[in-house]
Design a protein around this ligand. Sequence first.
Ligand code: GTP
Ligand code: MG
Length: 452
Amino acid sequence: SSSDIKKLRQPIVTVLGHVDHGKTSLLDKIRGTAVVRKEAGEMTQEVGASVVPRSVIQKVAEPLKNIIPLKLEIPGLLFIDTPGHELFSNLRKRGGSVADISVVVVDVTEGFQKQTFESIQILRDRRVPFLMAANKIDRVPGWQPNPNQPFTVSISRQSKEVQSRLDTLIYKLVMDLAQLGFNAERFDRVRDFTRNVAIVPVSAKTGEGIPELLALLAGLSQRYMENRLKVVEGPAKGVVMEVKEEIGLGHTIDVIVYDGILKKNDILVLAGLNGPIVTRVRGILVPKPLQDIRIVKTDFVSLDEVVAAAGVKISAPGLEEAIAGSPLYVAEDESRIEQLKKVVEEEVSTIKIYNKDVSGVIIKSDSLGTLEAIVSAVSGEKIPIRLADVGPISKRDVLEAKLSEDEAYRVILAFRVRPLTGVDVSGVKLISNEIIYQLIDELERYIQEVRD
Ligand code: GTP
Ligand code: MG
């Protein structure tokens, strides 16, 4: 009967990996494939995300039906178009991530690099399952491209030398994954996907391997995450990815809704720089549908409601102090507001730090997600933290830094924030860097210098 049909939402898929290994190219290729293979009327746009609908996945994976039998129950895949660790950090949810599954992209000719290890550590910490896309296979010496073909088709047409060259490169990835505690195999040799990380050889340039990548993402998520993906038709839950000022709209938030239904006029509760913000949804905005694959500048259209999972821009009064990385809840009625404010406050207080008895560094960051990541990295190096908070550097931060007994800790670590005008930072060491691991490296070097 129809009530037996499981209603699943689209899984949220993120893409991580080292600089230049091909994250953006891979997403572009997937998006391009989706646009080409879509029927008229299937074209939907989202904010900070793009949807590959079920029909497209089925068409693309059609030649694979003997290897990866696919009967899709999910409506599609929601790819988050914000590669990079910092934005991934903002997909935070208490005890984990809003991302259901991830793709770690690695240039197969270069192998693991610093941010490849880092990406996997982040995913492991947040318990996000992932596939590895071994990208740029077209660069393996001697490779004969078979554009947009499944990998299994293309590899069978390569010479024995090329096949073994690729195997050697993939074996290196297997060894590096083993170092991080993961068993891994090329996807077509994996027997148990719950125990092994599947490595999918792809080329973002030629499109080879994209059919398998899409089929595996769809197949694995609906097979192993059924409970997580069950649609709950209650009030929306989401996470704030970015806070942006838009002409004519004022401050808006770009949100990933991962559960429930968001409606116009809903009461929102989210974290602000000076405590929880309570406001009402004025507009749920998505970009106007376009023919183009790449959206450069666009107008928005307003929707009355949106069902998870989705990426939308929300306009509402009072979002000036909204914090990226914040949880977002809808209060079904006014009586729920106080309770949700407490939930938000509690979540924020697990990340922020103020410990006036500690001689330690000050951390200021632009979002809750990055703050959480930096606090965890600094603590991992056994460096004490006196204060950690979101927002620009204030006079108080400077004063707090000066109160650290240990001279080596009179430091303000600044991630994408600056001192407010008129704030004098002399007398403390200000370390700014836009890459988290470099920020930590600089801090360690400075502490060492002072100690010597
Ligand atoms: P960042 O956003 O800077 O971290 O890089 P990214 O991981 O998004 O890499 P991007 O997609 O920008 O690709 C980096 C370079 O690699 C570009 O010059 C791409 O054209 C090239 N590239 C990406 N994928 C492939 C591939 O499969 N084959 C070949 N030959 N080149 C590729
Ligand atoms: Mg990129």
